[in-house]
Design a protein. Structure first.
Length: 591
């Protein structure tokens, strides 16, 4: 596509994706606006040296890593010279303490120079000490720090971790900047780092952050996907980290995620089943993604029964992505406490959700012969492994409140413990899902941009042209095939260095000489007022002199348009995208 001096790549916030995001296509990141706002507020406070280090806890696949990596890229893109982000995911796999210190230190400086020199590719690399020395020649504080680190590694490797851990604080204090540390899977510092002298002795490095956590020059966000495990670590570091438990998506964000994944994987879904998927998946981003993206050709998501079948398939070991993730948790849990009684306890509490049970009730109801102390130790290990939760006191326990986890667990162990056939377990699960009514449809207006984009995809797959979705489009433009757009997403265009305008949906034609679409989407309960229409006309007029490609402007209103508003749009040459016509492209059920 020809470059335009006013054009910015059509991605949310015009981000530089310096850190490769594990989510894959950046467009798959949906929502989390409140969480990102909270993190950015924390960063602003860090600039004033008032932000406290933070611990973020959530189970795997809740979107924690996606959120933190997006936060890094936002900070990198903003390019505030006083806020330098550092992201490091603690690796799984044994490393000697000095080797880990060497790698940790090099990655810190690699990302530091990636930011200060605006060389994004270095974010995902670990530059050599020689390369770092060359880059540090114009930075006395970093050059001195690097020279001392190399000296420590050569002459006192046992002290290398302490020196590497404090590097961000030292450089931040010397330069009067803030290196914001984002340490993902923090709990692995207590599992995979071994002594240089004794490779069988695991070092407990989390607690070495007792002092570093207090830094106001280089505060940390530590995060982990084993809530019980990381929570226990942070509880022993009293007052150092402010805990934040990351929940699911909001109702609106969950619907956006459903349409977003359906668009990305070209999976047929109706408005009603989109709402249903969001709700039966409990607004969990991973459950939504797995239900839609895993084996999409084997699923029919155009009926509620089809959604139930798809989600049930996801609980089957060897077929379901959800089952695979929970199996990883369970293998870790039962490596610590592997017996039939532990499995009985998990099934028992899952069956009584959301009620709590005391240890005394558990012993009595399950006829356990173990002592009170043995049961307490077993319950503690199951909580640490994130397959049970503590209740309102340390004497009470409950299930996770996650029906999909309960289903995975019942499929694995229900036949052995409850003497129930798998077919009966599946039917129980589907009956439970059938009770969910898919009421998120009341929030569907909030997902309008994503739904419009998805409907345009369906229309394009049906061979539709612009006249099939636009009001009174009888001219030659109406023959424009919708299938010729390579991408449809939000975009921002810069008119000059200070002024920019954002377009809700920008459909980019695959050919260099094709016609693009720019769509304004309004999802209000009432019809948009004429002054709203006029503002969009001003955007069109402002862009007209800058665009290098043929572009048609469209206006979409969820609640329709009054005659005055429609007349104003027609007079300005803006076409009206009709909700009724677009809704006519209902995805067909799978054969």
């Amino acid at each position: 596509m020809p470059e335009s001096p006013c054009y910015s790549p059509p991605v949310t916030w015009d981000l530089t994706y310096a850190l490769a995001e594990e989510i894959g296509d950046p467009d798959l990141f949906v929502g989390r606006e409140k969480e990102l706002a909270r993190l950015l507020k924390w960063a602003a406070g860090a600039k004033r040296r008032i932000s406290k280090s933070m611990g973020i806890l959530s189970r795997r696949k809740k979107g924690k890593t996606a959120l933190l990596q997006r936060f890094f890229n936002v900070l990198y893109t903003r390019n505030d010279p006083q806020l330098i982000p550092f992201y490091y995911r603690i690796p799984e796999g044994r490393l000697k303490r000095s080797d880990f210190a060497r790698m940790f230190y090099r990655r810190q400086l690699s990302q530091y120079f990636a930011f200060t020199t605006r060389t994004p590719e270095w974010v995902n690399q670990v530059l050599s000490f020689g390369e770092l020395r060359d880059l540090a020649r114009g930075d006395r504080h970093v050059a001195d720090d690097l020279r001392r680190m190399e000296d420590v590694l050569e002459n006192a490797p046992g002290e290398a971790w302490e020196y590497a851990r404090e590097a961000a604080h030292r450089i931040s204090a010397a330069r009067d900047v803030r290196i914001l540390q984002i340490l993902d899977e923090f709990q692995y510092l207590n599992q995979w780092i071994v002594s240089d002298d004794d490779p069988e002795r695991v070092e407990l490095l989390c607690h070495s952050y007792m002092g570093a956590a207090e830094s106001k020059f280089s505060p940390q966000i530590v995060a982990g996907s084993y809530v019980g495990w990381l929570g226990a670590i942070l509880s022993h570091m009293t007052g150092r980290y402010r805990e934040w438990h990351l929940g699911g998506l909001t109702d609106e964000e969950a619907l956006e995620a459903v349409y977003n994944y359906a668009y990305a994987y070209q999976v047929a879904i109706t408005d009603q089943t989109a709402s249903y998927v969001a709700e039966v998946c409990d607004n969990d981003p991973f459950y939504i993604a797995a239900t839609i993206s895993n084996r999409p050709d084997e699923k029919d998501l155009t009926t509620e029964a089809g959604v139930r079948d798809a989600l049930t398939l996801e609980t089957v070991a060897g077929k379901g992505e959800i089952a695979r993730i929970w199996l990883e948790y369970l293998l870790g849990a039962f490596a610590r406490v592997n017996d039939t009684n532990a499995r009985k306890i998990v099934l028992y509490l899952a069956a009584h959700e959301p009620e709590e049970r005391t240890r005394a009730q558990i012993r009595e109801d399950l006829d356990l012969t173990m002592t009170e102390g043995e049961l307490e130790e077993r319950m503690y290990k199951l909580v640490m492994a994130d397959i049970l939760a503590e209740g309102s006191t340390r004497f009470r326990y409950r299930g996770l409140g996650d029906r999909i986890f309960a289903m995975v667990f019942r499929r694995l162990y229900g036949e052995e413990i409850e003497r129930v056939r798998l077919g009966e377990i599946d039917n129980d699960f589907k009956r439970e899902l059938a009770a969910v009514k898919g009421q998120l449809s009341v929030h569907r207006g909030a997902a309008a941009e994503y739904r419009v984009r998805y409907r345009l995809l369906v229309a394009s797959l049906r061979g539709a042209t612009l006249s099939d979705v636009v009001r009174d489009c009888q001219d030659e433009l109406g023959t424009l095939p919708l299938g010729h757009f390579t991408v449809i997403r939000k975009a921002r265009f810069y008119l000059d260095q200070e002024k920019s305008v954002e377009i809700d949906l920008h459909a980019v034609h695959e050919g260099d000489d094709g016609t693009d679409l720019m769509i304004e989407v309004k999802d209000w309960t009432n019809e948009p007022a004429v002054d709203v229409i006029r503002r969009f006309i001003e955007v069109k007029d402002a862009l007209a002199g800058h665009l290098k490609r043929k572009t048609v402007f469209l206006f979409y209103s969820e609640s329709g348009l009054g005659e005055d508003a429609a007349a104003a749009l027609r007079e300005a040459g803006i076409r009206i995208l009709e909700p009724e016509k677009l809704a006519g492209f209902e995805p067909a059920p799978a054969p």
